[in-house]
Design a protein around this ligand. Structure first.
Ligand code: GLN
Length: 307
C-alpha cells in the first residue's frame, strides 16, 4: 500500500472512530491516572521508509505504564541473551497482569516478562546490570527517538508508590522464592518509575521502529537486538503483550503489540510499520477499548496483519 493510500485510510478511520471517544473506563486503581481526560484519542502510523501519519492527540504526553515493559525487556534481552529465561517464562499467563495466585503455584517464576511480576524480575536484572538503570532506560529511549525530553511523571510515580500494595505483594512473593535479588524497595521504585514515563504516540511509534526493522534503530543504524531476538520479541508480544486478552487481540487484530493501563497500545507489523494508539478508556481487562477497536479495523481495511 502506498503512503498516500495508507494516509487516507488512517485519517478516514480516525474520523470514524472519533465518534466513540470516551469509550471504556479510565484506570483508577492508581489515583493519578484517574485524573486523565477520557476523551483523548491519538493515533500514529510510522512506516519503515519513515512516512508518519499522525491524528488527533498524537503529540500529547501520556503515562506509558506497561508499554515500558517492552523497553526494559529489550535492554535485559540485549544484555543477557537467553539466560533471562531461567527466571521468567515465555508463556501467556491467562490471568490478570497483576495476579498473584499463579506466581505462588509456579514457585515465583512469572509466566512472561510483560505481566507485572515478569517486568519486576527484569527490573531486578537491570538493577544488577547498571549502577543507575532508570538513567540507562531514559538514555535508551532518547537514542530510540532522538528526543532527549522524555522523562517520567513524579505525580504518577508517587501515586503508584502509595497505592502499590499488590505489586509489592508480587515482589515479596518472588523474593521469598529467591527470584528477586535486590531489596524489594529498590525493585519497586525502579518498576514504578518506568511505568510513570510520559511519551506521546509519535514518540512511541518512533521508539518501536526497531522491532519492525529486524532490531536495528533506523535513526542511528545501530542494532538493538539481533534479527532472531527481534523475531522472538515480536512473538512474545503477540502471545502475551495484551495479558489475558492476547488471544482475542491476535484473533481480531493480528499483530504483535504492547498495551498499558494509561490507555496506550504500541503495535508492530514486522518489515512494514509501527502503529500507536492512545485512548485512556479501558475495558475490564485493562486494555484501551477504543484502541483495540481502531486497530482491528486498521488491519482489516489495510489488509496489513502478520497472517
Ligand atoms: N503501573 C501499572 C501497575 O503496575 C502497570 C500496569 C499496566 O499498565 N497494565 O499496575
Amino acid at each position: 500500500m502506498c503512503a498516500e493510500a495508507l494516509d487516507a485510510v488512517v485519517r478516514g478511520l480516525y474520523g470514524e472512530f472519533s465518534a466513540f471517544r470516551g469509550t471504556g473506563k479510565v484506570a483508577d486503581y492508581i489515583p493519578a491516572l484517574a485524573e486523565v481526560d477520557p476523551g483523548h484519542f491519538g493515533v500514529v502510523v510510522h512506516t519503515l521508509p519513515g512516512h508518519v501519519t499522525a491524528c488527533g492527540d498524537a503529540d500529547v504526553l501520556f503515562s506509558i505504564q506497561s508499554i515500558s515493559k517492552l523497553f526494559t525487556f529489550t535492554m535485559a534481552f540485549a544484555g543477557r541473551g537467553e539466560s533471562i529465561w531461567k527466571r521468567v517464562g515465555k508463556e501467556p499467563s491467562g490471568t490478570a497482569f497483576n495476579s498473584l495466585y499463579q506466581l505462588e503455584a509456579e514457585a515465583g517464576i512469572p509466566r512472561n516478562p510483560f505481566i507485572n511480576a515478569g517486568a519486576m524480575v527484569i527490573s531486578d536484572m537491570l538493577l544488577a546490570d547498571y549502577p543507575d538503570p532508570m538513567a540507562e532506560l531514559l538514555a535508551f529511549l532518547h537514542r530510540l527517538t532522538g528526543d532527549e525530553s522524555i522523562g517520567y511523571d513524579q505525580h504518577v510515580y508517587q501515586s503508584e508508590l502509595e497505592y502499590g500494595m499488590r505489586n509489592a505483594s508480587l515482589a515479596y512473593l518472588m523474593k521469598s522464592f529467591g527470584n528477586v535479588q535486590n531489596p524489594v524497595d529498590e525493585v519497586l521504585r525502579f518498576y514504578f518509575k518506568q511505568c510513570s514515563i510520559r511519551m506521546s504516540c509519535r514518540q512511541l511509534a518512533q521508539a518501536t521502529q526497531f522491532l519492525a526493522n529486524q532490531g536495528m534503530n533506523p535513526l542511528t543504524g545501530r542494532a538493538i537486538l539481533t534479527p532472531s531476538q527481534t523475531k522472538r520479541t515480536n512473538a512474545l508480544l503477540l502471545t502475551t503483550g495484551l495479558y489475558n486478552e492476547a488471544g482475542d487481540f491476535a484473533f481480531r487484530v493480528g499483530i504483535p503489540a504492547k498495551s498499558g493501563v494509561g490507555g496506550g497500545i504500541a503495535g508492530i507489523i514486522p518489515g512494514q510499520l509501527s502503529v500507536v494508539t492512545w485512548a485512556p478508556g479501558l475495558n475490564t481487562i485493562g486494555n484501551s477499548q477504543l484502541g483495540i477497536d481502531f486497530l482491528e479495523e486498521f488491519t482489516t481495511r489495510t489488509g496489513l496483519s502478520i497472517f
